[in-house]
Design a protein around this ligand. Structure first.
Ligand SMILES: NC(=O)C1=CN([C@@H]2O[C@H](COP(=O)(O)OP(=O)(O)OC[C@H]3O[C@@H](n4cnc5c(N)ncnc54)[C@H](O)[C@@H]3O)[C@@H](O)[C@H]2O)C=CC1
Ligand SMILES: O=C(CO)COP(=O)(O)O
Length: 311
């Protein structure tokens, strides 16, 4: 069982394979078998595997099922952009897909410690159904309609967490780490503003935004492996195998997917932190170069392009 599955086991008092239906306490390891009679499909796998999962499920699920994705990451789209995982699920399976993102380190949720999460759902009716499904005494849910921004926050914060890990490995201290986290947040806001216009600034103050950014930059796997990348000199791939026992890092592939789009659109210099983190993960830069890459950040030089907050 993956870490997130064990969190859901605790939260929902149930065991499930990839998909969950309340009151049925059976783990079904076969994907199609688990999904075929489900009314609500919960997707929780490392984002690298989702296109293949959707192909397997095509035509094998109830036509009126709804989905919710807890997956933090993107997929590369043809033509030089990125796809949101919820959009891939909807496009392949032809069902609506909401998202759930938040400061939800799986082991802490599984221990029953209090935390919050954000559900992004454009349909109010489904939003209520999903809130009632996930809400628990220790797991408090806020539903917002700004679903794309919720999902983008969940993916991008994993890139920033790699930067926080590099700073920890370089032993640059808390002020530098705070600067990296803040610049990361500003690049997240800028990214949503440029590529998902019409999103709300208030979404960044939900659990999916600033709270998930903080928890991942202090307690997450992306931070931990990135710190070890600096201190050990080993590759990210080797450290992932050594330290994560079969689990998958989301930050480095997400940095690669984001860079694929930024490069294609000539926007790398507007996102120097995301760009530098990708280059460090792929050995085009050394971790110690990180600070020089953000010393002249547009935040310090330009007038910020985000319109006035729509709070
Ligand atoms: N673990 C955490 O604290 C949190 C994870 N998430 C997100 O949930 C998603 C899943 O993360 P985790 O549960 O931590 O996953 P994980 O890193 O524990 O992934 C392991 C699971 O991936 C699946 N898997 C491995 N190789 C596969 C393959 N070749 N094909 C298909 N499936 C394969 C298996 O079911 C395996 O149990 C990610 O997008 C992650 O960002 C979100 C919040 C917290
Ligand atoms: O998304 C997470 C917490 O909300 C988990 O982050 P890591 O993948 O870095 O452990």
């Amino acid at each position: 069982m993956s870490r997130f599955q064990s969190f859901l086991h605790s939260t929902l008092s149930s065991v499930f394979g990839l998909f969950y239906w309340p009151l049925i306490r059976v783990a079904v390891p076969d994907l199609v078998e688990a999904a075929k009679n489900a009314d609500i499909l919960i997707f929780v796998v490392p984002h690298q595997f989702i296109p293949n999962f959707c192909k397997q499920l095509l035509g094998k699920i109830k036509p009126n099922a709804i989905a919710i994705s807890l997956i933090k990451g993107f997929d590369k789209a043809e033509g030089g952009g990125i796809d949101l995982i919820s959009h891939i699920i909807t496009r392949h399976l032809k069902i609506p897909c909401a998202v759930l993102m938040g400061a939800n380190l799986a082991n802490e949720v599984a221990e029953g410690n209090f935390c919050e999460t954000t559900i992004g759902c454009t349909d109010k009716k489904y939003g209520k159904v999903l809130r009632d499904l996930f809400q628990a005494n220790h797991f408090r849910v806020v539903v917002v309609e700004d679903a794309d921004a919720v999902e983008v926050c969940g993916a991008l914060k994993n890139i920033v967490a790699c930067g926080a890990g590099f700073v920890d490995g370089l032993k640059l201290g808390d002020n530098t780490k705070a600067a990296v986290i803040r610049l990361g947040l500003m690049e997240m806001i800028r990214f949503v503003d440029v590529f998902y216009p019409g999103s709300k600034l208030s979404t960044f103050f939900e659990s999916c935004g600033v709270a998930d950014l903080i928890t991942t930059c202090y307690g997450g796997r992306n931070r931990r492996v990135s710190e070890a990348f600096v201190t050990s000199g080993k590759t990210i791939e080797d450290l992932e195998k050594e330290m994560l026992n079969g689990q998958k890092l989301q930050g480095p592939p997400t940095a690669e997917e984001v860079n694929y789009m930024l490069k294609n659109k000539g926007l790398e210099d507007k996102f120097p932190l995301f760009t530098a983190i990708h280059k460090i993960c792929t050995n085009q830069l050394k971790p110690k170069d990180l600070i020089d890459c953000i010393r002249n950040h547009p935040e310090h030089m330009d007038t910020f392009i985000m319109p006035s907050p729509k709070l």
